[in-house]
Design a protein. Sequence first.
Length: 294
Amino acid sequence: MAESSTLLFIVGTLNAMTPILLTAVGEIIAERAGVVNIGLEGIIMIGALVAAMAAEAWGPLVGLLAGTAAGALLGVLHAVLTAYLKGDHIIPGIGVNTLALGLVPFTLIVYWGSAGQHTIPDSAQVPKIAGYISPLPFIAILVAVAAWYVLFRTPLGLKLRSVGENPVAADTVGILVERTQAIAVVVGAALAGLAGAFMSLDWLGVVTKEIAAGRGFIALALVVFSNWNPLQAIAGAALFGAFDYLAQWLKVVHTAVPDALINTLPYIVTLAAVAGVLGRVQPPRHVGVPYRRE
């Protein structure tokens, strides 16, 4: 019984941490290149929606790819507005979040005839290993490790970080600042789209009008908590995942605490952890500032 409970805790933690980790790692890549994208919440929602529609038509693998592609396309839009047109980094993200808040409920009604949520059929969901968990949580951890290696151990990572730290110097030595930023943003948004696809096709098996449930914003907080380091993001995501599973367990055992208050537990813990590291983190020096050549 104890072994079963431990296994369920590990599986629950891995599932809950996966969308946060994928989204945070993607945003770390983007911000290391100097671009902020606060539209992660909306990208997760749209990725989940598009993935579900594609998976029901062509299978779960196509669904995952479609959700990732939807995120990448939104990343292209953000990259054009910020890297090439030198626009404000915050406003496009607000626009994407607002779009998702309207698009997802509208599509639920028009496409599936459901006002609140749509359950994904088993044939469209990602198969589980031994009936417990899919490979995606482990892939998410590998993505974080690979992102760390590329950022801090390769010439490509050095170029990307130089753009976020000092784009003038990077431009002077021949690094294509706008292209580097655009690639970083698209990759980051694609990972957020994959996070949404994971939620609808794997972990939850449903699409709801509030499927992201603030995870895009928690991912932004995790970027700070991790000090823009993908390896440290794994620990932060695991912390959120553990308390998210704990919150679900507390609701099952019927404590006297209202469910609405229990649901806030992982968010409160995560934000408290972030508050504890503020003042000790070092963001990229040129993050969030449009680069304009003199």
